[in-house]
Ligand binder design. Structure first.
Ligand code: KG4
Ligand code: ZN
Length: 353
């Protein structure tokens, strides 16, 4: 069984072909995965400009899908289903993928499957590693989300914690912008932090002491919060700029600040994820999404897993940031559940998972 995945939720136009056994059975094999990144376009503006993003998706989508089919060495007749990201994401961007997928599926006479982008990030772990032991606690940590899910059985996702304000990737991007480091901030801070002193700047941890009064009836025991940390970095930078009489902090100071910020973020993510794993008696821990590419997060999570006797699963760098192979994989789960999308499927910017 061959499934074509399409992803256009943010600033990457992506298409991929994934092969599975009958009905979507594992193991899954990635035959191709093409990602056209718009980073160069948005860098100039210091972040994603939604209107520019949707226009670029329109330009790129046909070529990206053709290349994904070409690299997998298959034509439309061999494709068994089309999976597309329905949300969450930028509405204009999502609409390009959803409209393309609907038209292509209808024209080729193939079933259409709607995928939640976050489920895609979770399934990147199953695509990469084969079957994970369950129950598994999976942290999805990206530019737009920082959420913890309990996966049991595979293909089901129970939300057990999420950020109350900024996503971790968003905090990375904002701190990088503040330091004049460019976009996207995650990889840049990651690189600088490697040669900085993480004990140089004392930043507040992100421990939560009060329950979230705004939370719906359910209790979020394993929530995150990053806006206080971001504000602390802002205050520190402003004070140093004032003291030195310049906007440009010395390079060594920037490295130290990057290292201190990263250590705080990573510590919070790892601590809370493993606390949840313990609480739910998980047999595995997974980390997915753009920030899972972070070198320190990978290292610390693995070390913590070794100590706790829990296997830690991470996607490859290609599968950690936005791609369509993970969308195809999540689509296979939907097919296995008999969950096909109607012809009037619409994109949904705030689609929950
Ligand atoms: O999953 P993703 O590609 O897009 C969203 O769904 O948001 O994640 C992008 C985010 C950005 O905020 C970027 O700064 C962050 O992932 N990121 C990183 C690293 N690589 C990407 N953050 C920290 N360290 C990295 N190495
Ligand atoms: Zn993503």
């Amino acid at each position: 069984m061959l499934i074509l995945g399409i992803e256009t939720s943010c600033d990457e136009t992506a298409a991929a072909v994934v092969e599975a056994g009958a009905g979507g059975a594992m193991p899954w094999r990635m035959l191709s995965s093409v990602v056209a990144s718009q980073v160069e376009i948005h860098r100039e503006w210091g972040g994603v400009v939604p209107e520019l993003a949707s226009r670029q998706h329109v330009r790129d989508i046909c070529g990206v899908v053709e290349r994904a089919l070409g690299e997998a060495n298959v034509g439309w007749p061999a494709v068994d289903a089309v999976a597309v990201t329905q949300g969450p994401g930028l509405i204009g961007s999502l609409l390009v993928g959803v409209s393309f997928a609907k038209s292509a599926a209808w024209a080729a006479g193939k079933p259409l499957v709607a995928v939640n982008h976050l489920a895609g990030h979770i399934e990147s772990l199953w695509l990469q590693n084969g079957d994970l032991p369950t129950p598994a606690v999976v942290l999805v940590v990206s530019g737009g989300h920082t959420s913890l899910y309990l996966v049991e059985p595979p293909g089901t996702y129970r939300l057990i914690g999420r950020t109350r304000d900024d996503a971790a990737g968003e905090a990375y991007d904002k701190v990088a912008k503040l330091l004049g480091l460019g976009y996207p901030g995650g990889p840049i801070i990651d690189r600088l932090a490697a040669s900085g002193n993480k004990a140089a700047v004392s930043l507040p941890g992100t421990r939560l002491t009060h329950p979230d009064r705004n939370a719906p009836a359910r209790e979020y025991r394993f929530d995150f919060s990053f806006s206080g940390l971001k504000t602390a970095v802002l205050r520190h930078v402003r004070a140093r700029q004032k003291m030195l009489g310049t906007d440009r902090l010395p390079e060594g100071e920037v490295r130290d600040l990057a290292a201190s910020f990263q250590a705080t973020v990573v510590e919070t993510l790892v601590e809370r994820t493993f606390a949840a794993a313990k609480w739910f008696d998980a047999r595995a821990v997974g980390i997915a999404g753009g920030v899972s590419a972070n070198s320190s997060l990978r290292e610390r999570a693995r070390a913590r897993g070794d100590r706790a006797g829990l296997p830690v699963y991470l996607p490859s760098t290609h599968l950690s940031t936005d791609n369509a192979a993970m969308i195809a994989a999540a689509g296979l789960r939907r097919i296995a559940a008999g969950d096909l999308a109607p012809a009037d499927l619409n994109a949904q910017a705030t689609l929950p998972l």
